[in-house]
Design a protein around this ligand. Structure first.
Ligand code: PMV
Length: 363
């Protein structure tokens, strides 16, 4: 598939009005996407677990305009209240996808959205939010063009979500999604996420992700700025090559269920992501002292308990604690006894691997 394949070829009649809705989850990358080219093309491939509890619900009501406009027109409600600060993001998103979704100028939209996780938890809602909105837009396109196949629907929804926020293209399906061209992964694409196509060992079923909210404040450096700093980064080429290698290694890990190797890849990826931030110019640090306290506690506990708990990090201070279902009692006790004290207001979210977005019954 190329970009051109997502430009609608047929002319379809516009419906007068309607309403669609989706609930879409967040995701946590195991091999990280950090650095991008023009048009949200990733500098390296990435892979993630789709999450379950952390999700965004979005409905999109549409009403045909008397005549096609030249500007986008929409109202936006976040958790039931108007949210003008989100409007520029939506404008930019609509502008980027207009070629692929020309009817955006034919309707007035009402976007209503809410998150299952606490607002200002420091958890990025762009992946769940942009994927939910992209799915709603595709649902309208499907109403206009009922012949559309399910494969096209999901590929194009992921393609559109990517243009909203890169990692959002990994949030539509579960349980493991890969995005970015990778020689050893058949069907992989820079344009959209695909379901991981190879064998996955039982041990990864129901994998847990307990998210420790270390710092709930606004990030000092946005991921857009962070991605940009990978241009002219002294270690960029090595980093991108490493991501390709780690994906290849993960392939045998997913098959064998070798958790020792899984941990090495996942923790190294998290620390490399932050190392890239610390070695860019300008440099910055998103980890907090408590992030490091938690990492050290996890290492000590893993050593003495023989469990396979490990951590990963997003572009922020929060820690994602990953562990298999069969170790959940021991690890959860450890989290409560030793890690929760490092969380802001003792807050954490129990999440786990999930199966992707769901259509909402809104009519
Ligand atoms: O989707 P963005 O542009 O917010 O970038 C997300 C980047 C990381 O979360 C740090 C890594 C990833 O692959 O999700």
């Amino acid at each position: 598939m190329t970009e051109k394949d997502f430009v609608p070829s047929a002319h379809y009649d516009l419906k007068e009005e309607g309403k669609v809705g989706f609930k879409s989850p967040s995701n946590i990358a195991l091999v990280k996407y950090w650095g991008k080219k023009k048009n949200q093309i990733p500098a390296n491939p990435s892979i993630s677990f789709t999450l379950d509890a952390c999700a965004t619900k979005t409905t999109l009501a549409f009403k045909k305009l008397k005549s096609r406009g030249t500007n986008f027109t929409f109202d936006l409600l976040f958790e039931g209240k108007p949210k003008p600060s989100f409007a520029p993001k939506i404008e930019t998103f609509f502008g980027r996808i207009l070629t692929y979704v020309p009817f955006l100028l034919d309707y007035h939209f009402v976007i209503e959205t809410s998150n299952s996780f606490p607002h200002s938890s420091g958890i990025a809602s762009s992946a769940s939010g942009m994927s939910a909105l992209a799915l709603c837009i595709m649902e309208i396109e499907k109403e206009l063009n009922p012949e559309m196949t399910d494969v096209y629907f999901i590929q194009k929804a992921s393609f559109l979500a990517r243009l909203g926020s890169g990692s959002a293209c990994r949030s539509l399906q579960g349980a493991i999604i890969q995005w970015g061209a990778h020689a050893a992964t058949e069907g992989s694409s820079n344009l959209y996420g695909i379901k991981y196509p190879y064998a996955v060992h039982e041990i990864f079923k129901n994998y847990h992700d307990t998210i420790l909210l270390v710092d709930k404040g606004e990030k000092q450096v946005s991921s857009t700025v962070g991605h940009d700093l990978m241009h002219n980064h002294p270690f960029a080429d090595q980093r991108f090559a490493q991501a390709h290698k780690n994906l290849t290694k993960l392939k045998s890990v997913f098959k064998s269920g070798n958790l020792e190797e899984f941990i090495k890849i996942v923790e190294s990826e998290a620390l490399t992501l932050h190392a890239m931030m610390m070695t860019s110019y300008p440099y910055f640090i998103l980890m907090k002292p408590n992030t490091l306290e938690i990492i050290n506690k996890i290492w000590a506990f893993r050593e003495r308990s023989g469990t396979h708990v490990c951590f990963t990090l997003d572009a922020g201070a929060n820690v994602h604690v990953l562990y298999p279902e069969n170790e959940k009692e021991a690890v959860y006790q450890f989290i409560k006894n030793e890690l929760v004290v490092y969380c802001q207001n003792q807050q954490y979210i129990c999440d786990r691997i999930g199966f992707g977005a769901k259509r909402l019954n809104v009519s």
